[in-house]
Design a protein around this ligand. Structure first.
Ligand SMILES: NC(=O)c1ccc[n+]([C@@H]2O[C@H](COP(=O)([O-])OP(=O)(O)OC[C@H]3O[C@@H](n4cnc5c(N)ncnc54)[C@H](OP(=O)(O)O)[C@@H]3O)[C@@H](O)[C@H]2O)c1
Length: 336
Protein backbone atom coordinates (compact mmCIF):
# COMPACT_ATOMS: atom_id res chain seq x y z
CA UNK A 1 0.00 0.00 0.00
CA UNK A 2 1.08 3.57 -0.66
CA UNK A 3 0.87 5.37 2.68
CA UNK A 4 1.01 9.06 3.56
CA UNK A 5 1.28 10.52 7.06
CA UNK A 6 0.00 14.08 7.47
CA UNK A 7 1.51 15.51 10.67
CA UNK A 8 4.48 13.14 10.42
CA UNK A 9 6.69 15.43 12.53
CA UNK A 10 4.28 15.53 15.49
CA UNK A 11 3.84 13.23 18.48
CA UNK A 12 1.09 11.10 16.94
CA UNK A 13 2.84 11.09 13.54
CA UNK A 14 6.03 9.85 15.19
CA UNK A 15 4.18 7.00 16.93
CA UNK A 16 2.41 6.18 13.64
CA UNK A 17 5.75 5.81 11.88
CA UNK A 18 6.98 3.50 14.65
CA UNK A 19 3.81 1.37 14.74
CA UNK A 20 3.66 0.90 10.95
CA UNK A 21 7.16 -0.57 11.20
CA UNK A 22 6.49 -2.60 14.40
CA UNK A 23 3.39 -4.24 12.91
CA UNK A 24 5.07 -4.85 9.59
CA UNK A 25 2.28 -3.00 7.78
CA UNK A 26 2.55 -3.76 4.03
CA UNK A 27 4.04 -0.44 2.91
CA UNK A 28 5.09 -0.14 -0.75
CA UNK A 29 5.83 3.57 -0.45
CA UNK A 30 5.53 6.16 2.28
CA UNK A 31 5.28 9.95 2.13
CA UNK A 32 5.49 12.38 5.02
CA UNK A 33 3.60 15.68 5.14
CA UNK A 34 3.61 18.51 7.71
CA UNK A 35 3.28 22.27 7.85
CA UNK A 36 5.35 24.44 5.47
CA UNK A 37 7.87 25.07 8.25
CA UNK A 38 8.90 21.39 8.20
CA UNK A 39 9.07 21.02 4.42
CA UNK A 40 12.46 19.58 3.44
CA UNK A 41 13.17 18.17 6.90
CA UNK A 42 14.28 14.54 6.76
CA UNK A 43 12.71 11.72 8.81
CA UNK A 44 13.63 8.01 8.81
CA UNK A 45 11.73 5.03 7.39
CA UNK A 46 13.31 1.59 7.71
CA UNK A 47 16.85 2.89 7.28
CA UNK A 48 15.95 5.32 4.47
CA UNK A 49 15.54 9.06 4.70
CA UNK A 50 12.23 10.55 3.62
CA UNK A 51 11.90 14.25 2.94
CA UNK A 52 8.87 15.94 4.55
CA UNK A 53 6.52 17.62 2.07
CA UNK A 54 4.38 20.70 2.60
CA UNK A 55 0.89 19.30 3.26
CA UNK A 56 -0.70 22.10 1.25
CA UNK A 57 1.32 21.23 -1.89
CA UNK A 58 -1.70 19.66 -3.59
CA UNK A 59 0.19 16.63 -4.95
CA UNK A 60 -1.72 13.71 -3.41
CA UNK A 61 -1.89 11.31 -6.34
CA UNK A 62 -1.20 7.60 -5.83
CA UNK A 63 -1.88 7.54 -2.09
CA UNK A 64 -3.93 4.51 -0.93
CA UNK A 65 -4.21 5.39 2.76
CA UNK A 66 -3.60 8.82 4.29
CA UNK A 67 -3.14 8.86 8.06
CA UNK A 68 -3.94 12.37 9.30
CA UNK A 69 -2.69 13.82 12.61
CA UNK A 70 -2.19 17.45 11.66
CA UNK A 71 -4.95 19.14 13.69
CA UNK A 72 -8.59 19.90 12.91
CA UNK A 73 -7.98 22.99 10.76
CA UNK A 74 -5.64 21.19 8.38
CA UNK A 75 -7.92 18.11 8.31
CA UNK A 76 -11.01 20.13 7.44
CA UNK A 77 -9.21 21.71 4.53
CA UNK A 78 -7.02 18.89 3.25
CA UNK A 79 -8.83 15.60 4.00
CA UNK A 80 -11.52 16.08 1.28
CA UNK A 81 -8.84 17.05 -1.27
CA UNK A 82 -6.77 13.95 -0.48
CA UNK A 83 -9.86 11.70 -0.50
CA UNK A 84 -10.92 13.20 -3.84
CA UNK A 85 -7.68 11.85 -5.35
CA UNK A 86 -8.62 8.30 -4.33
CA UNK A 87 -7.05 7.85 -0.90
CA UNK A 88 -8.86 6.54 2.17
CA UNK A 89 -8.29 9.20 4.83
CA UNK A 90 -8.11 8.12 8.49
CA UNK A 91 -8.25 11.29 10.53
CA UNK A 92 -7.18 11.75 14.15
CA UNK A 93 -8.58 15.23 14.65
CA UNK A 94 -12.04 16.28 15.81
CA UNK A 95 -12.91 17.69 12.36
CA UNK A 96 -15.04 14.83 11.00
CA UNK A 97 -16.02 12.73 14.01
CA UNK A 98 -19.64 13.80 14.30
CA UNK A 99 -20.34 14.00 10.55
CA UNK A 100 -23.12 11.42 9.95
CA UNK A 101 -21.42 10.37 6.69
CA UNK A 102 -18.12 9.67 8.43
CA UNK A 103 -17.70 6.46 10.45
CA UNK A 104 -16.17 6.99 13.92
CA UNK A 105 -14.42 3.72 14.60
CA UNK A 106 -12.74 1.66 17.29
CA UNK A 107 -12.23 -1.54 15.25
CA UNK A 108 -12.82 -4.01 18.11
CA UNK A 109 -16.05 -2.21 19.10
CA UNK A 110 -17.78 -0.99 15.92
CA UNK A 111 -15.63 -2.09 12.97
CA UNK A 112 -18.86 -2.78 11.06
CA UNK A 113 -19.34 1.02 10.75
CA UNK A 114 -16.52 1.09 8.16
CA UNK A 115 -19.01 -0.25 5.62
CA UNK A 116 -20.80 3.13 5.75
CA UNK A 117 -17.90 5.34 4.62
CA UNK A 118 -19.36 7.84 2.14
CA UNK A 119 -16.77 10.62 1.93
CA UNK A 120 -13.60 8.51 1.80
CA UNK A 121 -12.90 9.71 5.34
CA UNK A 122 -12.90 7.70 8.58
CA UNK A 123 -12.57 9.41 11.94
CA UNK A 124 -10.47 8.19 14.83
CA UNK A 125 -12.20 9.03 18.13
CA UNK A 126 -10.86 11.34 20.80
CA UNK A 127 -8.02 9.74 22.80
CA UNK A 128 -9.91 9.73 26.13
CA UNK A 129 -13.00 8.17 24.56
CA UNK A 130 -11.06 5.45 22.70
CA UNK A 131 -9.35 4.01 25.79
CA UNK A 132 -12.71 3.35 27.51
CA UNK A 133 -14.69 1.92 24.60
CA UNK A 134 -13.82 -1.78 24.67
CA UNK A 135 -14.49 -2.08 28.44
CA UNK A 136 -17.75 -0.11 28.15
CA UNK A 137 -18.91 -2.20 25.19
CA UNK A 138 -18.32 -5.32 27.32
CA UNK A 139 -20.35 -3.84 30.19
CA UNK A 140 -23.12 -2.89 27.77
CA UNK A 141 -23.23 -6.46 26.45
CA UNK A 142 -23.80 -7.95 29.91
CA UNK A 143 -25.91 -5.25 31.56
CA UNK A 144 -27.09 -2.60 29.02
CA UNK A 145 -25.59 0.80 29.78
CA UNK A 146 -28.03 3.43 31.00
CA UNK A 147 -25.87 6.23 32.41
CA UNK A 148 -22.18 7.09 32.79
CA UNK A 149 -20.67 9.45 35.36
CA UNK A 150 -17.08 10.00 34.32
CA UNK A 151 -14.01 11.91 35.54
CA UNK A 152 -10.91 11.96 33.35
CA UNK A 153 -7.24 12.34 34.28
CA UNK A 154 -5.70 13.44 30.98
CA UNK A 155 -1.98 13.51 30.23
CA UNK A 156 -0.30 16.64 28.88
CA UNK A 157 0.71 14.89 25.61
CA UNK A 158 -3.00 14.92 24.74
CA UNK A 159 -2.53 18.66 24.17
CA UNK A 160 0.23 18.18 21.58
CA UNK A 161 3.94 18.93 21.87
CA UNK A 162 3.05 22.32 23.34
CA UNK A 163 1.49 20.59 26.37
CA UNK A 164 4.49 18.30 26.87
CA UNK A 165 6.93 21.20 26.67
CA UNK A 166 4.89 23.26 29.13
CA UNK A 167 4.98 20.56 31.81
CA UNK A 168 8.68 19.79 31.14
CA UNK A 169 9.59 23.49 31.45
CA UNK A 170 7.60 23.92 34.66
CA UNK A 171 9.11 20.86 36.34
CA UNK A 172 12.54 22.36 36.86
CA UNK A 173 14.02 25.81 37.27
CA UNK A 174 16.87 27.31 35.24
CA UNK A 175 19.44 25.40 37.31
CA UNK A 176 17.65 22.15 36.45
CA UNK A 177 16.49 21.68 40.04
CA UNK A 178 13.05 20.17 40.52
CA UNK A 179 10.75 23.02 41.43
CA UNK A 180 8.89 21.17 44.13
CA UNK A 181 12.12 20.11 45.81
CA UNK A 182 13.11 23.78 45.92
CA UNK A 183 9.67 24.80 47.09
CA UNK A 184 9.85 26.08 50.64
CA UNK A 185 6.72 28.13 51.00
CA UNK A 186 7.72 31.00 48.69
CA UNK A 187 5.52 31.41 45.65
CA UNK A 188 6.85 29.53 42.66
CA UNK A 189 6.94 31.37 39.35
CA UNK A 190 5.92 28.78 36.75
CA UNK A 191 5.83 31.41 33.99
CA UNK A 192 2.75 32.35 32.00
CA UNK A 193 0.78 29.23 31.07
CA UNK A 194 -0.14 28.92 27.39
CA UNK A 195 -1.16 25.31 26.66
CA UNK A 196 -3.29 25.09 29.84
CA UNK A 197 -5.42 27.40 31.98
CA UNK A 198 -2.90 27.43 34.85
CA UNK A 199 0.38 25.83 35.96
CA UNK A 200 0.21 22.09 35.29
CA UNK A 201 3.30 21.08 37.29
CA UNK A 202 2.42 19.96 40.84
CA UNK A 203 -1.20 20.70 40.02
CA UNK A 204 -4.51 19.37 38.70
CA UNK A 205 -6.61 21.48 36.31
CA UNK A 206 -10.35 20.74 36.21
CA UNK A 207 -10.62 22.20 32.70
CA UNK A 208 -9.16 20.06 29.90
CA UNK A 209 -9.77 21.61 26.49
CA UNK A 210 -11.67 24.85 26.16
CA UNK A 211 -15.03 25.93 27.53
CA UNK A 212 -17.73 25.94 24.83
CA UNK A 213 -20.70 26.48 27.13
CA UNK A 214 -20.84 25.28 30.72
CA UNK A 215 -18.75 22.34 29.53
CA UNK A 216 -15.45 22.00 27.70
CA UNK A 217 -15.03 20.67 24.16
CA UNK A 218 -13.34 17.59 25.66
CA UNK A 219 -16.48 16.89 27.72
CA UNK A 220 -18.70 17.28 24.65
CA UNK A 221 -16.40 14.96 22.68
CA UNK A 222 -16.55 12.20 25.30
CA UNK A 223 -20.37 12.28 25.45
CA UNK A 224 -21.06 12.63 21.72
CA UNK A 225 -18.44 10.16 20.57
CA UNK A 226 -19.33 7.48 23.18
CA UNK A 227 -22.95 7.60 22.01
CA UNK A 228 -21.94 7.30 18.34
CA UNK A 229 -19.42 4.45 18.79
CA UNK A 230 -21.55 2.44 21.22
CA UNK A 231 -24.64 3.15 19.09
CA UNK A 232 -26.51 4.31 22.19
CA UNK A 233 -27.84 7.76 21.18
CA UNK A 234 -29.75 8.21 24.43
CA UNK A 235 -26.96 7.17 26.80
CA UNK A 236 -26.81 9.66 29.68
CA UNK A 237 -23.23 10.87 30.09
CA UNK A 238 -22.03 13.24 32.78
CA UNK A 239 -18.34 14.01 32.38
CA UNK A 240 -15.66 16.21 33.95
CA UNK A 241 -12.37 16.37 32.04
CA UNK A 242 -9.28 17.06 34.13
CA UNK A 243 -5.68 17.66 33.04
CA UNK A 244 -3.02 16.11 35.28
CA UNK A 245 0.79 16.37 35.33
CA UNK A 246 1.34 13.01 33.60
CA UNK A 247 3.24 12.91 30.31
CA UNK A 248 1.54 9.93 28.65
CA UNK A 249 -1.54 7.87 29.49
CA UNK A 250 -5.11 9.07 29.86
CA UNK A 251 -7.04 7.64 32.83
CA UNK A 252 -10.79 7.61 33.35
CA UNK A 253 -12.82 6.89 36.45
CA UNK A 254 -16.26 5.58 35.45
CA UNK A 255 -19.51 4.96 37.33
CA UNK A 256 -21.69 2.97 34.92
CA UNK A 257 -25.37 2.58 35.67
CA UNK A 258 -26.83 -0.50 33.98
CA UNK A 259 -30.36 -1.61 33.11
CA UNK A 260 -29.66 -5.06 34.57
CA UNK A 261 -28.14 -6.21 37.83
CA UNK A 262 -24.57 -7.37 37.14
CA UNK A 263 -22.21 -8.70 39.83
CA UNK A 264 -18.57 -7.63 40.15
CA UNK A 265 -17.54 -11.12 39.02
CA UNK A 266 -19.77 -10.96 35.92
CA UNK A 267 -18.53 -7.47 35.03
CA UNK A 268 -14.90 -8.51 35.53
CA UNK A 269 -15.36 -11.64 33.42
CA UNK A 270 -16.94 -9.65 30.58
CA UNK A 271 -14.27 -6.92 30.64
CA UNK A 272 -11.46 -9.53 30.84
CA UNK A 273 -12.68 -11.00 27.55
CA UNK A 274 -12.91 -7.60 25.83
CA UNK A 275 -10.36 -7.19 23.01
CA UNK A 276 -7.52 -4.75 23.66
CA UNK A 277 -8.05 -4.77 27.42
CA UNK A 278 -6.07 -6.22 30.33
CA UNK A 279 -7.63 -6.38 33.79
CA UNK A 280 -5.15 -5.53 36.57
CA UNK A 281 -5.44 -4.63 40.26
CA UNK A 282 -4.08 -1.08 39.98
CA UNK A 283 -4.21 0.43 36.48
CA UNK A 284 -1.84 3.41 36.14
CA UNK A 285 -0.88 5.63 33.19
CA UNK A 286 2.78 4.82 33.75
CA UNK A 287 2.04 1.11 33.28
CA UNK A 288 -0.13 1.76 30.23
CA UNK A 289 2.41 3.96 28.42
CA UNK A 290 3.95 2.19 25.44
CA UNK A 291 1.41 -0.66 25.55
CA UNK A 292 -1.15 -1.52 22.91
CA UNK A 293 -3.80 -2.66 25.38
CA UNK A 294 -5.70 -0.54 27.91
CA UNK A 295 -5.58 -1.39 31.61
CA UNK A 296 -8.82 -1.75 33.58
CA UNK A 297 -9.13 -2.25 37.33
CA UNK A 298 -10.93 -1.27 40.55
CA UNK A 299 -13.99 -3.01 39.06
CA UNK A 300 -16.62 -3.03 41.79
CA UNK A 301 -20.29 -2.92 42.46
CA UNK A 302 -21.42 0.51 43.57
CA UNK A 303 -22.98 0.12 47.02
CA UNK A 304 -25.29 3.08 46.33
CA UNK A 305 -27.03 1.36 43.44
CA UNK A 306 -27.91 -2.30 42.83
CA UNK A 307 -27.22 -2.03 39.15
CA UNK A 308 -24.09 0.14 38.88
CA UNK A 309 -20.47 -0.84 38.35
CA UNK A 310 -17.50 1.43 39.00
CA UNK A 311 -14.16 0.97 37.27
CA UNK A 312 -10.90 2.74 36.41
CA UNK A 313 -9.41 2.62 32.90
CA UNK A 314 -6.08 3.87 31.63
CA UNK A 315 -4.54 3.73 28.17
CA UNK A 316 -1.70 5.23 26.13
CA UNK A 317 -3.27 8.27 24.44
CA UNK A 318 -0.65 8.35 21.68
CA UNK A 319 -0.93 4.61 20.86
CA UNK A 320 -4.46 3.17 21.34
CA UNK A 321 -5.76 6.72 21.83
CA UNK A 322 -4.48 7.79 18.42
CA UNK A 323 -1.83 6.13 16.21
CA UNK A 324 -2.53 2.46 16.93
CA UNK A 325 -6.30 2.78 16.50
CA UNK A 326 -5.78 4.56 13.17
CA UNK A 327 -3.42 1.83 11.96
CA UNK A 328 -5.82 -0.91 13.13
CA UNK A 329 -8.46 0.79 10.96
CA UNK A 330 -5.98 0.82 8.06
CA UNK A 331 -5.30 -2.90 8.62
CA UNK A 332 -8.95 -3.70 8.04
CA UNK A 333 -8.51 -2.46 4.46
CA UNK A 334 -5.43 -4.62 3.99
CA UNK A 335 -7.28 -7.79 4.98
CA UNK A 336 -10.41 -7.01 2.95
N1 LIG B 1 -1.77 13.83 21.36
C1 LIG B 1 -2.75 12.96 21.53
O1 LIG B 1 -2.84 12.24 22.54
C2 LIG B 1 -3.79 12.84 20.47
C3 LIG B 1 -4.70 11.79 20.57
C4 LIG B 1 -5.72 11.68 19.62
C5 LIG B 1 -5.78 12.59 18.60
N2 LIG B 1 -4.86 13.59 18.51
C6 LIG B 1 -4.96 14.53 17.41
O2 LIG B 1 -3.86 14.31 16.53
C7 LIG B 1 -3.44 15.57 15.97
C8 LIG B 1 -1.96 15.79 16.24
O3 LIG B 1 -1.69 15.72 17.63
P1 LIG B 1 -0.17 15.69 18.15
O4 LIG B 1 -0.27 15.45 19.62
O5 LIG B 1 0.65 14.78 17.32
O6 LIG B 1 0.26 17.21 17.89
P2 LIG B 1 1.72 17.80 17.68
O7 LIG B 1 2.76 16.93 18.30
O8 LIG B 1 1.66 19.21 18.10
O9 LIG B 1 1.94 17.70 16.07
C9 LIG B 1 1.16 18.41 15.18
C10 LIG B 1 1.48 17.95 13.76
O10 LIG B 1 0.60 18.61 12.85
C11 LIG B 1 1.38 19.29 11.86
N3 LIG B 1 0.68 20.48 11.41
C12 LIG B 1 0.30 21.54 12.15
N4 LIG B 1 -0.33 22.45 11.36
C13 LIG B 1 -0.34 21.93 10.12
C14 LIG B 1 -0.84 22.38 8.87
N5 LIG B 1 -1.45 23.55 8.74
N6 LIG B 1 -0.67 21.59 7.79
C15 LIG B 1 -0.05 20.41 7.90
N7 LIG B 1 0.45 19.92 9.06
C16 LIG B 1 0.29 20.68 10.15
C17 LIG B 1 2.67 19.62 12.57
O11 LIG B 1 3.67 19.90 11.61
P3 LIG B 1 4.92 20.87 11.97
O12 LIG B 1 5.87 20.04 12.79
O13 LIG B 1 5.45 21.23 10.65
O14 LIG B 1 4.36 22.03 12.74
C18 LIG B 1 2.91 18.33 13.34
O15 LIG B 1 3.41 17.33 12.48
C19 LIG B 1 -4.38 16.62 16.57
O16 LIG B 1 -5.48 16.78 15.68
C20 LIG B 1 -4.88 15.98 17.84
O17 LIG B 1 -6.14 16.46 18.24
C21 LIG B 1 -3.87 13.73 19.42
Amino acid sequence: MNIAIFGATGQVGTVMRAILEERNFPVDSIRYFASPKSAGKVLPWKGYEISVEDAASGNYSGIDIALFSAGATASKELAPKVAAQGAIVIDNSSAWRMDPEVPLVVPEVNGHALAHMRKGIIANPNCTTIVTMSALKALDSVGSLKKLVVSTYQAVSGAGLAGVNELANQLSDKEGQLIWLAYDGRSVDFGKPSAFVGPIAANVLPIAGTLVDEETNEEHKFRDESRKILELPNLEVSVTCVRVPVFTGHSVSIYAELENDVSTAEATAAISKAPGVKVVDVPTPLDSAGRDYCLVGRIRKDPGSRSAISLFVTGDNLRKGAALNAIQIAESFVSS
